[in-house]
Design a protein. Structure first.
Lengths: 221, 223
């Protein structure tokens, strides 16, 4: 029987690249989708708003694992075979998109009404209002929770292991099956995830302090 | 896409699905209650318990919040037996979910405590309240009221996250889905039905938490 040593550790570290890659894919796909959803929510168009609302509600109330299964098996029905890579990409993007969309909608709506009215009074078109007045201000509000949610995405890429995608969790299961040292193997896996996530957590907290968007104190003023 | 959907085979096993869903609900509610109890305790200890308690709880919270639930579950289910503590899948799932949930609730309730105006606590000290009295009469209720909406969303996430415990073969809803999938060879239909059941549970929980929030926290005026 093999024991848990440097080669096994390096194997897990190599698989962690996929954890990072999957997270980046989810940020890109989810970010693009989230942007569309957020703007649909604040567009003022009832149909677009309703659609985005339904999307967000649906995907926030579905386990990510079910989403992975549905895309994974649904894709097989179309005759393209079972492709874990594609399934994980689509499912993580849909999932992250719903949360990003909701975070960014909140940030856009948190910009005071007066800013809209003032810019309208200055003759800005709606696009110009977004571009020059609303979005720059909502960015400060949006960044800390966005970074916070990015931590969730890194952790949730671990679910990809369940449909057979070889990232960090799958690799640790593999190593555990070889070495039968579950405590060391999974503690090391946990440590790698921690090293990936904790800097983001700290960053999110620092940004929150720096951008002064801490919850307004009830004793203020 | 030439595919005929056949839900008949899946719906024939509805009793199994209901049984799985019931275990999901039981596990989730137990984890929520444990999370609420320990979360409240830890949050209070973290704020009022002095330096070492604060440090220990802070470490626990960060470790849980920055690692995936799946890995925590594997450590409990596969790791503990090699340390001499054997657990059956449902016990492992329950412990894993509670330990995980408590870390998040600790952080949520702590931010509720931090939102309490310092003046109130100072005023209570000036009136010679002991720390225990301050926690009981000044801190807990307003903190929970501030935390309630976030706690509600966190509890829905706990329920959704319970689907992961199927990996340690706890026979909850997702695991039943696996069984039906191999029996019927209709994975897509199976997981559509399972997803619909999860949606139903999630919506029911959302309504329940909105109602509880209203019933417990709304009539007593604003903070």
């Amino acid at each position: 029987m093999r024991s848990f040593g440097t080669p096994e550790f390096l194997f897990m570290l190599g698989a962690a690249r996929w954890t990072v890659a999957l997270s980046l894919i989810a940020y890109l796909g989810g970010g693009a989708l989230g942007l569309v959803l957020a703007f649909m929510r604040v567009s003022g168009n009832r149909l677009a708003n309703g659609f985005a609302r339904a999307w967000i509600l649906l995907f926030q109330c579905t386990p990510l694992l079910m989403l992975l299964f549905l895309v994974f098996f649904g894709l097989a029905l179309t005759g393209y075979g079972q492709n874990a890579y594609f399934a994980v990409t689509v499912a993580l993007s849909c999932y992250a998109g719903a949360y990003f969309g909701e975070i960014w909608r909140g940030a856009i709506e948190a910009v005071p009404q007066g800013q809209w009215q003032a810019s309208a009074a200055l003759g800005f078109t709606r696009v110009e209002q977004f571009r020059h007045v609303i979005v720059p201000q909502s960015m400060r509000i949006a960044i800390p929770p966005t970074v916070g949610f990015m931590v969730q995405v890194v952790k949730n890429t671990s679910l990809a292991s369940i449909i057979g995608f070889q990232e960090l969790t799958q690799a640790s299961q593999f190593v555990n099956n070889l070495t039968f040292q579950p405590i060391s193997v999974y503690l090391v896996a946990a440590a790698i995830y921690f090293i990936l996530c904790f800097p983001l957590t700290l960053l999110s907290r620092r940004l929150e302090k720096r951008l002064h968007v801490d919850r307004p104190s009830p004793v203020a003023a | 896409m030439a595919y005929t959907f056949q839900f008949g085979a899946v719906l024939a096993s509805l009793d199994l699905l209901v049984k799985g869903a019931w275990l999901t609900v039981q596990l989730s509610v137990a984890a929520m209650l444990a999370g609420l109890a320990f979360g409240t305790l830890f949050a209070v200890l973290r704020v009022f318990g002095g330096r070492w308690a604060g440090l220990a709880i802070g470490t626990y919270v960060e470790c849980i919040r920055n690692t995936p639930f799946l890995i925590q579950l594997f450590l409990i289910y596969f790791g503990l037996p090699s340390a001499g503590i054997a657990l059956d899948p449902v016990e492992a799932a329950l412990i894993g979910m509670s330990v995980n949930c408590a870390a998040y609730t600790t952080e949520i309730i702590r931010s509720g405590i931090m939102a309490i105006p310092r003046g109130q606590i100072e005023a209570a000290r000036a009136l010679a309240f002991s720390t225990t009295d301050i926690i009981r009469h000044i801190v807990l209720f307003p903190a929970l009221r501030v935390a309630a909406p976030a706690l509600g969303s966190q509890f829905v996430l706990v329920m959704l996250g319970s689907s992961v415990v199927s990996t340690v073969s706890a026979e909850e809803l997702t695991a039943i889905g696996h069984v039906l999938e191999t029996e019927t060879f209709r994975p897509f239909e199976v997981y559509i039905i399972v997803t619909l059941i999860y949606l139903a549970i999630a919506f029911a929980l959302k309504l329940l938490f909105a109602w509880l929030d209203q019933a417990w926290f709304s009539r007593r005026g604003k903070v």
